[in-house]
Design a protein around this ligand. Structure first.
Ligand code: F3S
Length: 378
């Protein structure tokens, strides 16, 4: 791979040991993927923030990088942490809270912005059409590539951090025009309207196809696009197109393999994910809620306890105080990266396939997967 003089300097340690390590990571990823060169990125989304997902090894790596003097050189935001940073009495175990604090201090030293959300595009880190970026949160990768027309591979926590420090990413994969074209047409014959419907559609396609789907027959708004992105990214899909909705070029789709998504496929998703009927709590906001989704929960006036997850930025836009004591508005974290299983929660209801999949497989919880209206009226 060809490196510029400035990149060579970082690699030889002229920018300090931390930057050298970051450049070594980026250069080796470029070599492995036959990238001809590096390209600049001006914004990054870093995953690997919760103590639950990175543990002591991840914390040590971050502290080592900070001790080596590594600093972000471009605007870099963080994925959800394991606790709400402004709720003084977190239900998480004290050791977890302490370790989480150490992780955030390390990221602060590294210069990352502690936005702690998986919807950076709703919270001030929104890339433009054609912009090259390095995002690690898989749902935000699919959303940025597809709904916004930005260009990013699905980065890992480590490669995103290395891009944040160097301001570079290797030129390969979804940064290139030829790898962004649709490879499968999905005719949506089933009625897909609610967030839960979009989430199920994404989950089904992401689970069964390693492809760039071109959807026909759906018209999602922001909430639907967000749910579809997260569902697809729970599987292998990092980019999609929607006829008449998404901004990227699709070329000639007439010879693509076509798949028909019907009520039968939809049914398998519900059967696949449901393990209980009467969950302990409801969790809405995977990915983090928009303002409209929060208002939908408030308007439903739920009788069951609902934990509503959103970004701090969106929470600040909510000009009203929530009167219903059953609604708990939570920022900086999510139900998957919180240690729910250590907080007395055994089961949850959700309208998100990603939440259902990971809380079952990562936290061992039972799950009720349904649409928001049904969940909230119980
Ligand atoms: Fe976001 Fe957590 Fe879901 S990071 S996409 S709310 S699993």
């Amino acid at each position: 791979m060809n490196l510029t003089r400035d990149e060579e300097k970082l690699l030889s340690g002229e920018g300090g040991e931390g930057a050298q390590k970051a450049m070594e990571i980026i250069a080796s990823i470029g070599d492995i993927n036959d990238a001809p060169r590096l390209i600049p990125v001006e914004r990054v989304q870093i995953s690997g923030v919760s103590y639950k997902t990175i543990g002591d090894a991840g914390l040590e790596f971050l502290q080592d990088m900070a001790a080596l003097g590594a600093k972000t050189s471009v605007y870099s935001t963080l994925n959800p942490a394991g606790i709400d940073l402004e709720q003084e009495n977190s239900d998480a175990p004290p050791r977890f809270v302490e370790k989480q604090g150490e992780i955030l201090r390390a990221y602060e030293l590294l210069g990352a912005t502690p936005s702690c959300t998986c919807t950076p595009y709703l919270a001030g880190n929104k890339p433009g059409f054609g912009e090259h970026i390095a995002f690690a949160e898989s749902s935000a990768v699919a959303y940025a590539n597809s709904a916004l027309g930005a260009r990013t591979n699905r980065e890992s926590a480590i490669t995103a951090l290395a891009s944040a420090i160097t301001g570079k990413t290797p030129l390969y994969g979804l940064h290139l025009d030829e790898n962004r074209m649709p490879t499968l047409t999905v005719n949506v014959a089933e009625n897909v309207e609610s967030v839960n419907d979009y989430s199920a559609l994404g989950y089904y396609i992401g689970k069964h196809f390693d492809a760039i789907p071109y959807f026909k027959g759906i018209q999602p708004g922001v909430e639907g696009l967000k749910a579809l992105s997260a569902g697809l990214a729970t599987g292998k899909v990092s980019m999609f197109h929607i006829d008449g909705v998404t901004p990227n070029t699709v070329g000639d789709v007439s010879s693509l393999e076509t798949f028909e998504y019907t009520g039968a496929e939809r049914k398998t998703v519900t059967e696949d994910l449901n393990t209980c009927d009467d969950p302990d709590i409801l969790c809405i906001g995977c990915p983090h809620c928009t303002l409209a989704e929060i208002k939908q929960v408030i308007d439903a006036n739920p009788k069951k306890e609902v934990w509503v997850y959103t970004s701090r930025a969106v929470q600040k836009q909510l000009g009203e105080k929530i009167k219903n004591p059953n609604i708990r508005l939570i920022s900086d974290t999510c139900m998957v990266v919180q240690p729910l299983e250590e907080m007395g929660i055994g089961s949850l209801g959700t309208n998100s396939t990603k939440c259902a999949y990971y809380t079952r497989n990562l936290s061992g919880l039972d799950v009720k997967f349904d649409n928001m209206e049904n969940l909230l009226k119980k």
